[in-house]
Design a binder for this molecule. Sequence first.
Ligand code: AMP
Length: 411
Amino acid sequence: MPQTFDDFHFDQALSDGLSSMGYLKPTPIQDQAIPVIMQGRDMIACAQTGTGKTAAYLLPVINEIIHTDHRHLNALIIAPTRELAQQIDQQIEGFAYFTGVSSIPVYGGGDGAAWDQQRKALEQGADIVIATPGRLIALLAGGTVVFDHLKHLILDEADRMLDMGFFEDIVRIISYLPKKRQTLLFSATMPPKIRQLANKILDNPAEINIAIAKPAEGILQQAYVVHDAQKTALMDHLLKTHNWNSVIIFASTKEMVKKLGHAFAKAGRSSRAFHSDLEQAEREDIMRAFKARQLNILIGTDVLSRGIDVEGISAVINYDVPPDPEDYVHRVGRTARAETTGTAITFINEADQRKFYTIENLIGKEVPKMPLPEFLGAGPAYEPEKRKKVHGRPQGRGSHPKGQKRHFRRR
Ligand code: AMP
């Protein structure tokens, strides 16, 4: 199993895009799907939003397009909604920033000018088209957009497209495409209708199933929506008002773990920070003390969430929202092990709201947002859908000058 993106031997320009987007290691679906897609096989993958499924198909497809001499409409991605089509396009923009690979989103809505622009852009050509079914059918029926050389077809969130009544449209779109192509189908669920579609359009597909473990029922999950400045006082309050004898506090960075460690030590708490800068022997000592209940509070990063197996932890507190939804499941899973009960509390600041919303989607459950203690004053409103998306384009290299947006390929 590859552990890093280097193991896929992507083109350097694509690797540069990946690192500037801050992707360090592949998620499980990326681990499993990328090698299969690179072999050229068809694939059916059961994976939800939040697993990294978009990059799982975009990266190998972009990589192949970089190495293709003959450029044309090479890949078609069909997605249920305009929002998803836009998000996919943004991810391509980030990954392909240094590669010259171009994309165009095609979706309904907008005025006549938008329609004209999409049609013209498609006629001029792009490497990747991301389309919603309705708009694509209309363009195909016009006869000016030709997919004769298409190599990859990707159906994203296929179950949602079928729920929206797009089965016939998808079959019709496929009738316009070359028979010899690679087809990848992604779906969060696998109802019989998806199987039926898969049998119709996939050829001897590899099957991948990324089942996300859900937190055990015994865990009482709660969240507080806070400003950063309120976190310390809230933490104090929780530790004072609960009778927890064994608590793990998670933070996403080593720096934050160390900072909390210092603050707790200063306050005379029975606590230790646990991070990779400590010697192995020191780490073992800390862990032993924690297991023996000589130490009440352990502060650590996500490395700790996967490694430790301590029975009877009373509470887990997430000082911030973990970047990877799976880490949330791992973090809160440290409590309520082996049928016991436990509490998992997450602090959500403004910037983390969107991430937490993805987590709630993934675990299929809304985590109750608790009122802040009165002395702390009001926290921010919880409106994750209005908050900015975290990823999108390379960071720190300047943004795309508007006029150079790569949708239209230079010929
Ligand atoms: P998706 O499941 O494709 O909707 O992705 C969920 C989120 O995870 C998106 O914001 C991606 O940008 C992010 N993401 C996907 N793969 C990785 C990775 N390997 N490392 C860091 N972030 C990732």
